[in-house]
Design a protein around this ligand. Structure first.
Ligand code: BJW
Length: 241
């Protein structure tokens, strides 16, 4: 598929795309789940049991994301370029809770697992920008209730955001590209099958190594995201048709 057909593209990204920006992945040997049990920090039950520990886990990661040294890398920038230059539609669906895609310039973006720079009030439901540490005393910016705030991310057992819009885009797309994700966590791990069942789209996996879902992809390219994503985008945009 080249410029002339101007088809619809869906890109799925995971933690691997932000690794070279200085953010940890989850399941690599040096990943987050090697240091902390997900049952202790990434479930609604963990938050109900010990909210202070969950706040501390996300406060540390939020501070890490906001460090001067953490910036979008060439892979984030290449996807923003793809959206800007491709004459068809590009929908970027990220499992990442960081804001590096936005900082790189991507605009048509869904954070299916939420955003660490937002807080959600369990009293009134308001979602607000949140860049500072969150504590048991933090007050909702809308209803001002204290003690009801949680980070606006999707934990295990919770429904990821905007699933109807995502599945509609997967069914209608001509190209599906999965980048930097292990293919372990559902529903994202099943997106390539959703695309295949429509029977029309080409699918590509770009990752450091074959993911759990690699055999479902028609094309696979392996290497660091900062190298393989820009070269894929360059090749794709310069294809004659
Ligand atoms: C590089 C690189 C470089 C490294 N360059 N690449 C049994 C069977 C099937 C499903 C289930 C089951 N039991 C429970 C479930 C459901 C559950 C699930 O999938 N569990 C599995 C673990 C089995 N899923 C859920 O509960 C989800 N909700 C749900 O299913 O609702 C029901 C429903 C949905 C839809 C329709 C109807 C019903 C919610 C999942 C929430 C995930 N939350 C987390 C944490 C919250 C946010 C946060 O703290 O950040 O989200 S878990 C964590 O994993 C995080 C990530 O977004 C997610 C995916 O991880 P990702 O991005 O793939 O990272 P890694 O580390 O796994 O992989 C990195 C990859 O990059 C590797 O391959 C590296 O090689 C590569 N890499 N450096 C390129 N430089």
């Amino acid at each position: 598929m080249g410029q002339r057909s101007a088809g619809r593209i869906v890109i799925l990204t995971g933690a691997g795309i932000s690794k070279e920006s200085g953010l940890d992945t989850f399941r690599d040997a040096d990943g987050i789940w090697a240091r902390v049990r997900l049952e202790d920090v990434a479930t609604p039950e963990a938050f109900a049991r010990d909210p202070a520990t969950v706040h501390a886990f996300y406060n540390a990661r939020r501070q890490g994301l906001l460090a001067e040294s953490v910036q979008p890398n060439p892979a984030h920038l290449a996807l923003a370029r793809l959206e800007a230059e491709w004459p068809g539609e590009v929908l970027l669906v990220t499992q990442n809770i960081d804001d590096l895609h936005e900082r790189a310039g991507s605009r048509n973006l869904i954070h299916m697992h939420g955003e660490i720079l937002k807080g959600r009030c369990l009293a009134c439901g308001a979602v607000s920008a949140w860049r500072e540490d969150m504590t048991l005393e933090s007050r909702c910016r809308r209803c001002e209730a204290a003690g009801y705030l949680r980070v606006d991310v999707v934990w295990f057992g919770e429904l990821p955001y905007q699933m109807e819009r995502i599945y509609a885009a997967l069914e209608a797309c001509d190209l599906f590209v999965s980048i930097g994700t292990s293919g372990v966590v559902y529903p994202a791990a099943g997106f390539v099958e959703a695309v295949r069942s429509s029977g029309r789209a080409h699918s590509v996996e770009l990752n450091l190594e074959p993911s759990d879902r690699h055999s479902a992809f028609a094309e696979r390219i392996y290497g660091p995201a900062s190298e393989v994503v820009p070269s894929f985008v360059e090749r794709f945009l310069s294809e004659p048709g």
